[in-house]
Each structure stands twice: as structure tokens, then as C-alpha cells.
Unconditional design. Structure first.
Lengths: 118, 339
């Protein structure tokens, strides 16, 4: 069984090796002439104003929190789905209750306007 | 001795699969430009070699010799790491995809199974690595020290995590049907003809998976992270030479793996569509199905316009998410009532 994971490890090692090779080789092969203008951030030809690390709109944080909430639900559903055929109606009812509770949360965030982007 | 043979077999398989995947990625760039060209009534690449077939190699060599620029404001370590994360995860997902049945090497009784790894958490492995792959794009845009890059990566982050929820939910119906996360078992249960394929039992899940998959890999109509018309180039705006090429290759490798997962879960993997066609090796069927999906991904890029960002987010949370839940509940209900 472990030999399967060994295959994955070797495969990932090859992938990492390729990525390292690509980055290092292009670093060595390409010509390099550093100038201040070239290193400035690209802004379609305009001079950069202010820092590039500006404040992030709150919407993105809300989406991140919602993702945590609902993705954990998905993770709970995976083992449930594997054993579903053996447990049938008991599994269905228990998961229906779980999803029902989550649906209340979902309706709440919808009504609160967390899913709006105006 | 047995162990040594096993090790050699694994290494050979890893190298071959890696080489084939890289070749596929190279020729997908060619295929995409060619197909898009013909959709837009022009030729596409036709100068390097016959039908422009050598174009990917000339592009690759060019990328190696371009100036490798790290912007002054960039977070240098993260800036270099980001494209590597993207390509490594995109390639690694393919490790669990079963791309064929087994065959015996002529003259010996050594059986070679045509897959790299057959682990019982195959689907979790795929979605776990796909989630890590998002870091590549997000960190790449963030570490560039560029406003376009930052905006692109923020959008990418929000969009990908939003659609990941629906993506994860959409395939649960398939897991219920096959009672396993192991991809070879899912494929084996779909044996015996095209009417056994999961797509007929889970048609809604299949459509939802394709839509969410397109959003996951940032293809048109969901290519917000690199919306050229408003963000210039999006998250990879400050990247040059091979680092840019790595992002590019990661996108195409991701597309291939997305198609491979769709084929495995819904279209019977390497199983032939009709039982009497099984004299053709499974690898051929797998490649044909894969090509159909890849062609579809390119085709729809030439067809659909880009959506607006707020529409994408609303579509993901208000339509796709409830739809996947309803599909899941109906599947569960039908199966629990049936037996």
C-alpha cells in the first residue's frame, strides 16, 4: 500500500525538479540588465502613485469566512457519502437535518446581503 | 529483487507520465491557438514547421532566453515560489488518475498497471492539491507589488474558493453511487458499456462540475483574474521569461487534469463505450475522451464572452451552490428509497 504513496512522492519530486530547473535555467540563460525604470511596477505607462499594497475591500474577507463555513460542510459530507449505501435512510435523515441547519445559515447570509456585490 | 523491479517500474511510469503530460501541455497551447484561430476565421500559428507544429518548442526556447526580471517592489522569495507552486500542484494531481487498464509485458508475467498510484483517498488528494494550486495564483499576484496584480489575485482567490464549494458538492453524488473515493473503483463500476457511465445517473452534477471546473482553472467565461480589458494581464502581470511560462503551463496542465477527472468520474474513464470495442486498449479511449473535453474547453473560450465579476460571484453563491445541494439531496433521497 505504501508503495503507491512512494509513486506519488517520486512523481512530485520530478515535478519540483522540473520547476526548479525551469526557474534556475531561465535565470542563468537570460540576459540581465537592471534599470530603475524596468524594476518599477507596470501601470500602463503611468508613474506609480502610492504603495501597491492597498487596503483590501471587506467583501473578500466575508467571502473567505463563508468559504470556511461551507467548505467544512463539504468535508463532512465526503465520509458520509462513502458509507451512504450501507446506512440508507438513517444516513439520509441525519444528513438532511445537518444540511437543514446549514440552509438556515445560508438564508441568513443571503438576507443579510453578504452575497451582494454592489 | 521484487522490490527493486517495483521501484524501477514506478520510476519509469513517473517519467513517462510526466513526459506525456508536458508534451500534452505544449501541444495544448498550439491546439488552442489553432482552434481559436479557425473559430475567428484566421490561420493561427503556421510558420514553425508543418501546420505550426513546432511552435510550442520555439515558444519554450524563447521563454528560457528572455530576461528574468524581478520587480523592485516584489516580495522576492514569494515571487519566485509562486509559479513553482502553481506548476508542481497542477502536474501532481495527475498522479492518481487511472489512464488505462493493466497489461502484461510480453515474455514475462510482470503486470504493469496503467496508473501511477491507486490510493483510497484519490478524490481527496485531487481536491486537496487543487486547493493548494490556488496559492500559486494568489501569492503570485500579491507578491508582484503591482496594483493590477493584487486586484487580479484577490479576485482569483474569492472566485476560486467560491466555486470550490460547489465543485466539492457536485461530485458527492458520484461518491454515493460508487461508495468509494478510490478512482480505479469508480472507473471499474462504470464498466460494460456507455449506459453504465455516471453521467447518465448524475447529469446535473456533471454540468455543475464542468461549470465549476472552468471557474476553478480560470478559463473564459470565468477568467476574471486575468481580465485583459480591465486588469491588463492580472495576477501574472510582472512575470517574465520562464516564470511566466510556468504559470501558463500550470493553467493548461490544470485544464488537462480537470478534463481527466471529469472523464474518470462521469465518462467511464478508460472503459470503452461498447463492450465489444474492448480490444482497443483503454489508454486510447481515455485519450479520445480527454481530447473531446479539452477541445470543448477551447471551443467554449471562442464562444462565450467574459462575465462581469459581481455576476460571477452571485452566480456561484446564489445559483450553483443551492443547485448542487438540491442535486445532492435528490440523489440521496432516490437511493435511500430504492433499496
Amino acid at each position: 500500500m505504501l508503495i503507491e504513496y512512494l509513486a506519488i512522492l517520486i512523481y512530485i519530486a520530478i515535478a519540483i525538479g522540473f520547476a526548479l530547473f525551469a526557474v534556475v535555467a531561465s535565470h542563468l540563460l537570460g540576459q540581465r540588465k537592471r534599470t530603475a525604470l524596468k524594476e518599477a511596477p507596470y501601470e500602463c505607462g503611468m508613474t506609480t502613485v502610492g504603495s501597491s499594497f492597498r487596503r483590501i475591500p471587506i467583501k473578500y474577507y466575508i467571502i473567505a469566512m463563508l468559504f470556511l463555513l461551507f467548505d467544512i460542510e463539504v468535508v463532512f459530507l465526503y465520509p458520509w457519502a462513502v458509507v451512504f449505501k450501507q446506512m440508507k435512510s438513517f444516513a439520509f435523515i441525519s444528513m438532511a437535518v445537518f444540511i437543514g441547519i446549514l440552509l438556515i445559515a445560508y438564508i441568513y447570509i443571503w438576507k443579510k446581503g453578504a452575497l451582494e456585490w454592489e | 529483487m521484487q522490490l527493486l523491479y517495483h521501484l524501477i517500474e514506478i520510476i519509469v511510469k513517473c517519467v513517462v507520465v510526466f513526459g506525456c503530460l508536458m508534451l500534452c501541455v505544449a501541444y495544448m497551447t498550439w491546439l488552442e491557438r489553432k482552434v481559436l484561430g479557425h473559430i475567428q476565421i484566421r490561420y493561427g500559428p503556421n510558420r514553425c514547421g508543418p501546420f505550426g507544429l513546432l511552435q510550442p518548442f520555439s515558444d519554450g526556447i524563447k521563454a528560457f532566453f528572455k530576461e528574468d526580471l524581478i520587480p523592485g517592489r516584489a516580495d522576492k522569495v514569494v515571487f519566485v515560489l509562486a509559479p513553482m507552486i502553481a506548476i508542481v500542484t497542477a502536474i501532481s494531481i495527475f498522479a492518481v488518475i487511472p489512464f488505462g487498464n493493466q497489461f502484461t509485458i510480453p515474455g514475462t508475467n510482470w503486470v504493469v498497471k496503467l496508473r501511477l498510484a491507486d490510493i483510497d483517498i484519490g478524490l481527496l488528494y485531487i481536491f486537496g492539491l487543487a486547493s493548494i494550486g490556488e496559492f500559486g495564483i494568489v501569492l503570485g499576484g500579491w507578491s508582484s507589488g503591482n496594483k493590477y496584480g493584487l486586484t487580479g489575485s484577490l479576485r482569483a482567490a474569492a472566485q476560486m474558493i467560491s466555486y470550490e464549494v460547489a465543485l466539492g458538492l457536485s461530485i458527492i453524488g458520484v461518491i454515493i453511487l460508487s461508495q468509494s473515493l478510490r478512482l480505479t473503483e469508480i472507473v471499474n463500476l462504470q464498466a460494460g458499456g456507455f449506459w453504465n457511465w455516471n453521467v447518465w445517473y448524475q447529469p446535473v452534477a456533471f454540468i455543475l462540475y464542468i461549470i465549476c471546473g472552468l471557474a476553478e482553472i480560470n478559463r473564459t467565461p470565468f477568467d476574471m483574474p486575468e481580465a485583459e480589458s480591465e486588469l491588463a494581464c492580472g495576477f501574472n502581470i510582472e512575470y517574465s521569461s520562464m516564470k511566466f511560462a510556468l504559470f501558463f503551463m500550470a493553467e493548461y496542465a490544470h485544464m488537462i487534469t480537470m478534463a481527466a477527472v471529469a472523464v474518470t468520474l462521469f465518462w467511464g474513464g478508460w472503459q470503452p463505450p461498447l463492450p465489444f470495442l474492448s480490444f482497443i486498449p483503454g489508454v486510447v479511449w481515455f485519450c479520445i475522451k480527454l481530447f473531446i473535453f479539452v477541445f470543448f474547453f477551447i471551443w467554449q473560450r471562442g464562444t462565450f464572452p467574459r462575465l462581469r465579476y459581481d455576476q460571477i460571484m452571485k452566480f456561484g453563491w446564489k445559483i450553483l451552490f443551492p443547485l448542487t445541494l438540491v442535486n445532492l439531496l435528490i440523489t440521496a433521497l432516490v437511493i435511500s428509497l430504492k433499496g
